[in-house]
Design a protein around this ligand. Structure first.
Ligand SMILES: Nc1ncnc2c1ncn2[C@@H]1O[C@H](COP(=O)(O)OP(=O)(O)O)[C@@H](O)[C@H]1O
Ligand SMILES: [Mg+2]
Length: 270
């Protein structure tokens, strides 16, 4: 649901948010993330091939974690922090973040037809969304020096489709590199919750509103595998991936996130 028309009244929501030097952003129409709309003033130019040549380099942060781990909550708080600090950023999400990606998102999250989405098709749909997302949105933003915050990215594919669904991890790694053109996040924050805590938060959310979500509805053993996979990924790449326990007060978790971002930015090669 990308709108290419300038919709001025929404600019105030993310006034520090730029995309190819044009104001843009994702705003919350209702509470649910499904109703996010991404708007840009004009279609993005694909300038990713200039990224290496550019002296400017945006910082790339991804948020990961199981359902209801607090990604949306903490991304919103990090946005507030960036706005206060006058840091130019864009917020985006996977699957989604582009017109093509948002159409794919609808299939992978909400397809409820008689014939289910196969595991293999699901993997490729995520990869297709990501390939478009990198080329149309993330790489151009990074190359213009804009910080990018992305709600879920490659680590979710490794955890959900690889470890939890059992698809070939080597193939997933190759596919991820192909989709991302080899650009990894500079910092990945995994918000960690035990499956019991996660299930309890999902139950509370479902009491308020229930939206059919194929992946959220998986059995608890699936979510245990996902959580263990995230912990393993953090173990394998400790410089990039930081585990932050979300089973604490929102303020304490937010402070840890800000610290992780500041440390990661400070340790970037000058
Ligand atoms: N420390 C915490 N951090 C984040 N969310 C929390 C925390 N404690 C309780 N919550 C609640 O858990 C839910 C997390 O939902 P959300 O941020 O949408 O998660 P996600 O985007 O990971 O699915 C919210 O209802 C939030 O109020
Ligand atoms: Mg969310």
């Amino acid at each position: 649901m990308i709108c290419y028309k300038p919709i001025r009244k929404y600019f105030t929501v993310n006034s520090n948010c730029f995309f190819n030097n044009m104001p843009c952003g994702i705003y919350y129409e209702q509470k649910r993330i499904e109703s996010w709309k991404l708007f840009v003033v004009k279609p993005a130019r694909a300038v990713y091939h200039n990224e290496k040549a550019s002296m400017k380099r945006g910082f790339f942060i991804t948020f990961e974690g199981t359902e209801c781990a607090g990604k949306s909550t903490h991304i919103k708080m990090l946005e507030d922090y960036f706005r206060k600090e006058n840091i130019k950023y864009v917020l985006t999400r996977e699957p989604g973040g582009t017109e093509v990606g948002e159409e794919i998102r609808n299939i992978v999250k909400h397809h409820a037809g008689e014939n289910p989405v196969s595991d293999e098709a699901e993997l490729l749909l995520f990869a297709a969304s990501r390939a478009q997302h990198m080329r149309e949105a993330i790489l151009p933003a990074l190359s213009s020096g804009t910080t990018v915050i992305c709600d879920r990215f490659t680590d979710s594919t490794v955890a959900y489709q690889g470890y939890a669904r059992g698809l070939d991890l080597k193939f997933i790694s190759t596919l991820n590199k192909f989709a991302t053109m080899g650009r990894s996040p500079d910092l990945t924050i995994i918000l960690d919750l035990t499956p019991e805590e996660s299930q309890e938060r999902i139950r509370q959310r479902n009491e308020k509103e229930k939206i059919h979500d194929r992946i959220e509805n998986e059995h608890v053993s699936f979510h245990i595998k996902v959580r263990n996979a995230f912990l393993k990924l953090a173990d394998e790449e400790p410089d990039r991936v930081k585990i932050i326990s979300s089973a604490r007060s929102i303020e304490v978790v937010h402070n840890d996130i800000v610290k992780a971002v500041r440390n990661a930015v400070a340790s970037l090669p000058k």
